[in-house]
Design a protein. Structure first.
Length: 159
């Protein structure tokens, strides 16, 4: 089942950014719609929202390794390129979703569902952008920190 961390206004169209994050038993989308808050980048979103959500979701599962939430937060903070992410950009009446080609069936997250969070279902072109790729080092560290067995595509270098 596809899951969103927050329920955005799925009717109105908007540009924005998103992460797909691993929760304990499923994956979820964390979107930011630029019609609902000011535009900012993935790094700011990661530092201001995503990491804290991950700490809330995961701390009780990794408490033996990270006894304090602050320790888990410190381990996750530099891993901004660990999870799949993307950017939605308006071009006239159409939208382009720039992505790192990281979606995998086990995530149970479809392009159509992601488009829905931005109110752009059926009006989006998906374009690979190497700058939206996961980075192997960050992905591997994330898998180790959270004890994730699943893996997903990632580039060998960062930008």
């Amino acid at each position: 089942m596809e899951r969103a961390v927050a329920q955005p206004n799925r009717a109105a169209s908007s540009e924005g950014i998103f992460y797909l994050i691993a929760l304990f038993r499923e994956w979820a989308i964390m979107p930011v719609r630029f019609d609902q808050q000011s535009e900012f980048g993935h790094t700011d979103f990661w530092e201001q929202s995503v990491v804290d959500h991950l700490v809330t979701q995961w701390h009780s599962k990794v408490i033996n390794t990270f006894p304090a939430p602050a320790e888990l937060r410190a381990a996750l903070l530099p891993l901004v390129y660990a999870f799949p992410r993307g950017r939605v950009v308006r071009q006239g009446d159409q939208f382009t979703v720039y992505h790192g080609n990281n979606l995998k069936p086990f995530m149970k997250m479809s392009r159509r569902f992601i488009e829905g969070d931005f109110g752009i279902q059926g009006r989006a072109t998906w374009v690979f952008d190497e700058h939206e790729q996961c980075v192997a080092h960050d992905r591997d560290q994330m898998r180790e920190v959270l004890g994730l067995k699943q893996t997903w595509p990632a580039a060998a270098v960062s930008w």
